[in-house]
Design a protein around this ligand. Structure first.
Ligand SMILES: [Zn+2]
Ligand SMILES: [Zn+2]
Length: 161
């Protein structure tokens, strides 16, 4: 099976001539994929609601996924969940574009991937930590203290710290 080059492409042609406030919900359940900018998604689940407005197609999207990240404290890899939801208007005409500058393409195919990539990148924590109480590494021997207490830490514990 080859990966779809445009897994998040939606043809909105059917909405362009539909009455105002016609809407349609589209669900996504996609396998692991790399969407660029170092984002290796472990699968992607999403719900997108498309609504025909007077000025364009309103997209209301909810996506959840996860990436494999390295913990800055213990250096172990772990699964970091990523969730995002956003609303954007794809305008019919250049004179009604929003600050995002999105316009419905002439062929009616909206590719949500570039937009989703931007929104997911914001959600990646600056400091990735595997869990809130991660104990990190021993500064003397480098032992991962989540897995094992080394002699140095046992020493510190004995001296009552
Ligand atoms: Zn950790
Ligand atoms: Zn140690």
């Amino acid at each position: 099976m080859t990966q779809d080059r445009y897994p998040l492409r939606i043809n909105v042609g059917f909405l362009i001539n539909a009455p105002i406030s016609t809407s349609r919900e589209i669900n996504f359940d996609l396998p692991a994929m790399n969407i660029g900018s170092d984002l290796n998604l472990q699968g992607l689940i999403g719900k997108v609601e498309l609504t025909r407005t007077p000025k364009g197609i309103l997209i209301q999207a909810n996506f959840s996924s996860s990436i494999i990240a390295e913990c800055v404290r213990c250096l172990d890899e772990y699964e970091q969940p990523l969730k995002t939801n956003f609303s954007e208007l794809y305008a019919f005409h250049a004179n009604s574009v929003t600050d995002s500058g999105l316009i419905v393409p002439e062929d009616g195919n909206i590719d949500l991937l570039p937009l989703l990539r931007e929104y997911l990148l914001i959600e990646v924590p600056i400091k990735t930590v595997c869990r809130e109480d991660c104990k990190g590494l021993c500064t003397v021997c480098g032992e991962n203290l989540n897995h094992q207490i080394c002699e140095h830490q046992a020493e510190i514990n004995r001296s009552g710290l």
